[in-house]
Design a protein around this ligand. Structure first.
Ligand code: SF4
Ligand code: F3S
Length: 106
């Protein structure tokens, strides 16, 4: 499956959801995840993300491996999102900031 990683936390542009052919994205307060049971690995969401936060599972960076489990877990708890919506007002402040896992709201 594909995996939403650290770059999305507090940025949440949601451009990714518009292109997903199987509506695999799920929305939390300040982060999105992909349901691994829905994702068909088409990869069209990857270039849509301004934060480059989406990776194929085998390409998830070493220091972001935790996000594989986080996507699997939270996708079972969060509602579906299929339409783009405005990013948080302060997304620019968080863009490019590393190690945002501590800010992830569940
Ligand atoms: Fe959806 Fe394709 Fe991205 Fe998987 S890889 S989440 S199916 S757009
Ligand atoms: Fe997050 Fe990028 Fe989608 S910031 S909401 S994964 S477009």
């Amino acid at each position: 499956a594909h995996v939403v990683c650290d770059g999305c936390v507090n940025c949440k542009h949601t451009d990714c959801v518009d292109v997903c052919p199987v509506d695999a994205f799920r929305e939390g307060p300040n982060f999105l995840v992909i349901d691994p049971d829905e994702c068909i690995d088409c990869a069209v969401c990857i270039p849509e993300c301004p934060e480059a936060a989406i990776f194929a599972e085998e390409d998830v960076p070493e220091d972001q491996q935790e996000y594989i489990q986080i996507n699997a877990e939270l996708s079972k708890q969060w509602p579906s999102i299929t339409r783009k919506k405005p990013a948080p007002d302060d997304w620019e402040k968080w863009s490019g900031v590393p190690n945002k896992l501590q800010y992830l709201k569940r």
